[in-house]
Ligand binder design. Structure first.
Ligand code: PEP
Ligand code: MG
Length: 587
């Protein structure tokens, strides 16, 4: 029997990473690095080869002009002028002549020659000690990617695409891709790989863009222009949703909106448990602009200001002054509420073109974060000085990421002291008593937290990495996502050890990893004795409701119970049952 509907609905299951429902036209984004093919060209075909080059340049030119017109119309002519440089490059005689000469001389295909020549130009410019010329290197890379796409007859990439709201579908998106998103145009994102704690997912949550990962082969199943519905609560992507599905979702959305509205009314209320214990509830931010989200969420401050995103998509490191302005802005905006600025935590999935880092086999275990900063002292000092200078403009604290042991904290603190003394000599004011913390996100740090506690004012547990490194499970790898278990008995033990060390030394402990935003786990964290939770702004109202519905005695009993359990599933189920008993509607 034939199907009665010409375009039947089809459902694809993945994992939810950012809550919300979105529907609209799909746009399938291919990000793959284009590898230039290399082959010989017979003498009699050289003319044809050069014509292909000419056509690709013409097409590129037309595309850039189109993009320029669109941007001039929507953002302004000044921003659109950036593309003048791109247009000039398409007409750059030196570059074009060199390609033509090489094709004729070496009798090889144009892609291969073009990639080589453009790469050489970009490299030369990139090494020149002049910011303007270095910027041109990025232009060359950008334009040559476009030319290469056209030579190979491939689809365009992110920045030059759709002007209408869309659901973006991709194999993977990097944090840099996400940082380029136009919040008004990207309705949702569905990816083939990724995980809840990937930085792209974290950014999607902070931008309030519904997101689903682990949608295997979705880029083959969905085509640009298909109508899709993305469910970021259940982790579903529905192609060509039927009338019945759309109706069902309209109902779900109105229910969700109801809960959201209710949560919104908690904004001014205090985050304390039923027995009256105040739990500090903070928000995580990725961009200085996110401050308004913190305020709207009802958070008491910022528990984690990830500063890496500030370094993405740029060719140069931000100067001390530029950083100062950004930190000052956030601090002033939120004062007297505290803002914890985390020093540079590059590496892993956060790669920065500006830093020219060597490629590593194991970037998550490599030369990253504090390890980098302790060697590249000038980069570190510029950031610390900026943070210190901003500290008199609000309530600023700072913390070091990826600490593996006390030695690193001592060395970082020495550099901090050096910066303080420089600023004193320069008569630049800063908070002499600025609180300094260590992130506990590497097992060795948790195990030796008693030693580290003597050197800092607080701990902030980064559960995203703590889980990754303790269980040896890549936080980005969807294939082994089932092994990424926040309730693994080992994780509980490490958090407990950290809290005990902190207590013994009279300092406080917060959690700023994604566990802090998962309301099923709130009873667990409170029971373990954590006194601050810092979650993405979108999660803050839910966490507040959870805390307000719990009694510490219940949470402590839960800990007694789960301490005897031998599996992550059992511990999760025990947490889930406490959560269900106290705030079923949030789940
Ligand atoms: C963490 O690891 O839990 C954390 C908060 O840091 P990030 O997610 O930025 O690595
Ligand atoms: Mg981390």
């Amino acid at each position: 029997m034939s199907d009665p509907t010409p375009t039947p609905e089809k459902r694809f299951h993945g994992a939810p990473v950012s809550p919300g429902i979105s529907k609209g036209i799909a746009w399938v984004y291919h990000h793959e690095e284009l590898v230039a093919p290399h082959y010989s060209v017979k003498l009699e075909r050289v003319e044809e080869e050069l014509r292909r080059f000419e056509d690709a340049l013409l097409l590129t030119r037309g595309q850039i002009q189109q993009l320029q017109n669109r941007i001039a119309g929507s953002i302004g002519t000044e921003d659109a002028a950036v593309f003048d440089a791109h247009l000039l490059l398409v007409e750059d005689r030196m570059l074009i002549d060199e390609v033509v000469r090489s094709v004729k001389r070496d009798l090889v295909n144009v892609e291969s020659v073009f990639a080589q020549v453009a790469g050489k130009y970009a490299k030369t410019l990139g090494e020149i000690d002049d910011p303007y010329l270095r910027e041109r290197a990025v232009d060359i890379q950008d334009v040559s990617r476009r030319v290469m796409h056209n030579l190979l007859g491939r689809q365009q990439d992110l920045e030059s695409h759709v002007t209408e709201p869309h659901v973006i579908i991709a194999h993977n998106l990097t944090p840099s891709d996400t940082a380029q998103f136009d919040r008004d145009l990207v309705l949702g994102m569905g990816m083939e790989i990724g995980s809840r704690t990937s930085h792209t997912a974290i950014m999607a949550r902070s931008l309030k863009i519904p997101g689903v990962v682990g949608l295997h082969n979705i880029t083959d199943e969905v085509a640009t222009g298909d109508y899709v519905l993305l469910d970021g609560y259940k982790g579903l992507l529905i192609r060509n949703p039927s009338e019945a599905t759309l109706k069902e979702y309209a109902f779900i959305e109105s229910e969700r909106n109801q809960v959201e509205k209710q949560l919104g009314s908690l904004r001014e209320t205090e985050c304390k448990t039923l027995d009256g214990t105040h739990i500090v509830l903070s928000a995580n931010i990725e961009m200085p602009d996110d401050v308004h989200l913190v305020k709207e969420s009802g958070a008491e401050g910022v528990g984690l200001f990830r500063t890496e995103f500030f370094y993405l998509n740029r060719t140069e490191l931000p100067s001390e002054d530029a950083q100062y302005e950004a930190y000052r802005n956030v601090a002033e905006n939120l004062a007297p509420a505290p803002v914890i600025i985390r020093t540079l935590d590059l590496g892993g999935d956060k790669q920065m073109s500006a830093l020219n880092l060597p490629e590593e086999l194991n970037p998550f275990l490599g030369w990253r974060a504090i390890r980098y900063c302790l060697e590249e002292v000038d980069v570190f000092k510029a950031q610390i000085r900026a943070i210190l200078r901003a500290s008199v403009r609000g309530n600023v604290r700072m913390m070091y990421p990826m600490i593996s042991g006390v030695e690193e904290v001592r060395r970082a603190n020495l550099i901090l002291e050096e910066c303080k003394s420089e600023l004193r000599n320069e008569n630049k004011p800063f908070d002499e008593h600025i609180e300094v913390g260590a992130m506990i996100e590497i097992p060795s740090a948790a195990i030796s937290s008693d030693l580290i506690a003597r050197e800092v004012d607080f701990f902030s547990i980064g559960t995203n990495d703590l889980i990754q490194y303790t269980i040896a499970v890549d936080r980005l790898n969807a294939r082994i996502a089932h092994l990424y278990q926040p309730t693994h008995p080992a994780i509980l033990r490490l958090i407990r050890t950290t809290v005990e060390s902190a207590r013994a030394h009279g300092i406080w402990v917060g959690v700023c990893g994604e566990m802090a935003g998962e309301v099923v786990l709130t009873p667990l964290l409170l029971g373990l004795g954590v006194s601050e939770l810092s979650a993405g702004s979108a999660m803050v109202p839910r966490v507040k409701r959870a805390v307000q519905s719990l009694d510490l005695a219940v949470c402590r009993r839960l800990i007694e119970e789960v301490s005897l359990m031998d599996s992550a599933e059992k511990i999760y189920a025990a947490c889930d049952s406490v959560a269900r008993a106290h705030y079923l509607d949030l789940l």
